[in-house]
Design a binder for this molecule. Structure first.
Ligand SMILES: *[C@@H]1O[C@H](CO)[C@@H](O)[C@H](O)[C@H]1NC(C)=O
Ligand SMILES: *[C@@H]1O[C@H](CO)[C@@H](O)[C@H](O)[C@H]1NC(C)=O
Ligand SMILES: *[C@@H]1O[C@H](CO)[C@@H](O)[C@H](O)[C@H]1NC(C)=O
Ligand SMILES: *[C@@H]1O[C@H](CO)[C@@H](O)[C@H](O)[C@H]1NC(C)=O
Ligand SMILES: *[C@@H]1O[C@H](CO)[C@@H](O)[C@H](O)[C@H]1NC(C)=O
Ligand SMILES: *[C@@H]1O[C@H](CO)[C@@H](O)[C@H](O)[C@H]1NC(C)=O
Length: 440
């Protein structure tokens, strides 16, 4: 035993050196990836795509409403995973040598996880389950590790950190928290990153989406963004209805400089704000909405985070399709559209996707007046192109692609199609610029 301290002294500098080397290699880490829409290649009509996406978004906003006020960590974790159904999949390689699987990316949660063999319980997935025993770079984390502490509801089993996460009412994943080498990016920018902390799930139940795991892009310590030295990413979502693939840029590749701004207007930036009740999510300071050039008289408190319980506020979210506006704001936008759109209003039935819809005139064609829509944030104005807020529903009515929310507001992905959007965590800024996303 007497030799122990000397042994530790020799070992410590080596460990410290290795850690700083890993940190350095992570500092310059980056990749480019392509994202696939979850319903791509399934042969849905445009109207079906829209109604499926809206159904997922509704589940998400319902979850958000109860999340901030969840009574305990387990309830919060349950709701959080429910919230994370998501819209976009990314190919990720895991282990040595890498085995590829398709993961749901999610700006609303942090954990990275996939199903692992041997399964006590697994759900069918498109690719084989990851087998840790076949990968020499796999290492489980002890219960004392900081990453274990960062879990919502960590458990400890034989000094191995166990995570559990709940997905929807009936689906869940649980297993071991571990480090592993992950490979990200398309060919030219492919990069293997050692010691990425993830959940290796060998107890999974319920219906998962058509993927094999998730990659959290939230602001918490367990997310991919936080784990890798260069905490920034950007995406440019192609038109929702188009099959063109969407690009995701990570680390040094995430920059709006290369976007041709001479044709599309300047880059605009607005600070993220922190909601202590939901520190993972990207809250924005929304200051108002203009319809047809008129700033609507919305009370600023409608978009504010409620200091008492963390409800309310406005988040930007890649996993929600349409935008949900807090009810008083939605009512004013709806009123302005009814006043400005030169078409008869359609009374919505409960089965309709949207409830601000107008009867599209029968032929012969005539000019229809549609108002401009601008979302105002602290320091930035998002002038939406028409196709980002007006859609044809399944019955041929023209609808406002927004819905009311009883609590907070969500800026959904439909509203930021064909914007290149940069999440810069280092400077706590969201930047965006209109861009032809199919061309970049
Ligand atoms: C790029 O990677 C894909 C697999 O992701 C592979 O099928 C393809 O052959 C690669 N292309 C090149 C040029 O290496
Ligand atoms: C897991 O990875 C983290 C982050 O790189 C590192 O700090 C930690 O020492 C690793 N733990 C093990 C057991 O490999
Ligand atoms: C998976 O994809 C199939 C079509 O490829 C679709 O019918 C099914 O609904 C999808 N499942 C989920 C959970 O999205
Ligand atoms: C690109 O923009 C970033 C800030 O977003 C800046 O730090 C960097 O210097 C710019 N790069 C070039 C090549 O202009
Ligand atoms: C940027 O867009 C403008 C207007 O469309 C075009 O004239 C110019 O050539 C483009 N520049 C680059 C570098 O693509
Ligand atoms: C939001 O922006 C407004 C206008 O710039 C500013 O007065 C207010 O303090 C900001 N609120 C927060 C929470 O940052």
């Amino acid at each position: 035993m007497a030799s122990m301290p000397a042994f530790l002294l020799v070992l410590l500098p080596i460990l410290l050196y290795m850690d700083s080397a890993a940190a350095q290699s992570r500092g310059g880490f980056g990749f480019k990836a392509t994202l696939t829409h979850v319903d791509a290649h399934a042969g849905y009509t445009k109207a079906q795509l829209l109604s499926r996406a809206v159904a997922r978004s509704k589940a998400r906003v319902a979850a958000l409403q109860s999340l901030a006020t969840a009574a305990d960590a387990i309830t919060a974790a349950r709701i959080l995973m429910r919230f994370s159904e998501g819209e976009y999949l990314m190919d990720v390689g895991i282990g040595t040598p890498p085995r590829y699987f398709s993961a749901m990316i999610d700006t609303g949660s942090d954990l990275i996880w996939t199903q692992c063999a041997p399964c006590l319980l697994c759900v069918e997935q498109p690719t084989p389950y990851f087998e840790p025993v076949k990968s020499p770079s796999y290492a489980t984390l002890p219960c004392s590790s900081p990453m274990c502490d960062a879990l919502y509801s960590p458990l400890c089993f034989q000094n191995v950190c166990v995570y559990q996460a709940f997905y929807g009412d009936s689906a869940s994943t649980a297993g071991v928290l571990a480090n592993e080498t992950f490979t990200f990016g398309t060919n030219a920018t492919r990069v293997a990153v050692p010691k990425v902390t993830f959940g290796c799930g060998n107890m999974n139940a319920g219906t998962l989406f058509n993927g094999s795991g998730m990659v959290g892009f939230g602001r918490g310590p367990l997310s991919l963004v936080s784990q890798l030295g260069s905490p920034r990413f950007s995406y440019c979502l192609t038109s929702f209805m188009s099959p063109a693939t969407t690009r995701l840029y990570f680390g040094p590749y995430a920059t709006l400089n290369s976007t041709n701004t001479s044709s599309s207007g300047p880059v605009q930036s607005t600070p993220f704000i922190v909601n202590p009740a939901l520190p993972t999510m990207y809250f924005l300071n929304m200051t108002g909405i203009s319809v047809a050039g008129d700033l609507l008289p919305i009370d600023p408190s409608v978009f504010a985070i409620n200091d008492d319980d963390g409800t309310g506020g406005v988040i930007i979210d890649s996993g929600s399709t349409v935008t949900f506006l807090a009810q008083p704001a939605y009512a004013m936008v709806q009123e302005a559209f009814v006043a400005w759109v030169g078409l008869p209003r359609v009374n919505a039935t409960p089965t309709d996707i949207f409830d601000t819809c107008f009867k599209w005139p029968p032929p012969p064609r005539r000019m229809v007046t549609l108002p401009e829509l601008v979302l105002h944030f602290d320091g930035a104005d998002m002038e939406l192109p028409l196709e980002n807020y007006m859609v044809m529903d399944g019955t041929g009515n023209l609808c406002l692609a927004m819905l009311p929310s009883d609590d907070g507001s969500i800026i959904g992905s439909f509203q930021h199609q064909n914007f290149h959007v940069l999440y810069d965590l280092e400077n706590s800024l969201l930047s965006f610029v209109p861009a032809p996303c199919n061309l970049i």
